[in-house]
Ligand binder design. Structure first.
Ligand SMILES: [Fe+2]
Ligand SMILES: [Fe+2]
Length: 292
């Protein structure tokens, strides 16, 4: 798929809403047994626009700095994925501010909601970023021989970490006819495996999704929500959570509960950032960059 077609299918750009991933299933046929030469994209997460607390008194500035750094990359990523919690309280003004900053990205943006984006319902989020047709917001697309899947595992602020039967059935259909050597990359907000259930850092029915993914040779699952990098492997599935651009959270079990972690300003920038991902012949290479 060339860049302009890719943009047409998945890109949300600052010049207008063009997030038009189609009905269930992929947008373009995979060439049989295709291995990607090299595809690179960037993941950002948890920008919490509208957050005003001591853990970061200017989340717009740290997101803006992140965008500047990505725009300065000599080779632009195929796309930038934002894995949710774009806003802090789902307010229209917060979506507007976020879109203004993210709209400066030179690369197309793929975005999915976090629980902070669906407070009071999903309408404001979908009004801001559009909704994949024919689904509850989940979608998939192919680029350079890699199959990308974007999941929604937040339906309201309370029901975190749930995919639901409709989405799981869609996922099964989406994967059913794919060859096992197709590299798969899955995006979602809340971790799909039981990372730390005591703090709700899990997806209740995530194991069902992972069962559909387990037969593939190379699966990479990228999530946000926990505001820190934790990697984990189960069989052929590798998981990486991401740093936030807004504020850090404590490591699992090191505090009474999860939430914004106040650290000195110079340390804060070392704990915020983005991730570059390169897929080369089915191998996933991740490179963490911080704002320090
Ligand atoms: Fe978050
Ligand atoms: Fe979250």
């Amino acid at each position: 798929m060339n860049r302009s077609r890719f943009l047409e299918h998945v890109g949300w750009t600052g010049t207008g809403i063009a997030f038009t991933i189609g009905a269930a299933g992929s947008m373009s046929p995979m060439s049989a047994g295709a291995k990607p030469q090299s595809i690179g994209f960037v993941q950002i997460s948890d920008s919490h626009i509208g957050f005003h607390q001591p853990a970061n008194d200017d989340v717009a500035a740290t997101l803006s700095e992140t965008v500047d750094r990505i725009n300065a990359m000599p080779v632009q990523p195929t796309f930038v994925v934002h894995t949710g919690d774009v806003t802090h309280l789902s307010k229209p003004a917060q979506f507007d501010d976020a879109k203004q900053i993210l709209g400066r990205l030179r690369a197309p943006l793929v975005v999915m909601p976090g629980e902070h984006d669906v407070i009071g319902g999903t309408e404001a989020y979908f009004a801001a970023f559009g909704k994949a047709k024919g689904t509850g917001g989940w979608s998939s697309f192919d680029s350079d021989g890699v199959h990308f899947i974007s999941l929604v595992n937040v339906f309201n602020f309370e029901k975190m970490g749930l995919l639901g039967t409709e989405q799981l059935d869609w996922l099964e259909r989406d994967l059913r006819d794919r060859k096992r050597d197709t590299p798969i990359v899955v995006f979602g907000h809340v971790p799909l495996y039981a990372l730390y259930p005591q703090w709700g850092w899990t997806t209740e029915d995530g194991a069902k999704a992972l069962a559909y993914l387990a037969r593939f040779d190379a699966v990479t699952v990228l999530n946000g929500h926990i505001h820190q990098v934790i990697s984990h492997t189960e069989g052929t599935i590798t998981f990486h959570t991401a740093n936030a651009t807004a504020y850090p959270q404590p490591a699992p079990g090191t505090a009474d509960k999860p939430g914004p972690l106040v650290v000195p300003k110079d340390r804060l920038l070392k704990m915020l950032g983005y991730r570059s991902v390169k897929l080369i012949s089915g191998e996933t290479k991740v490179d963490e960059s911080t704002l320090a």
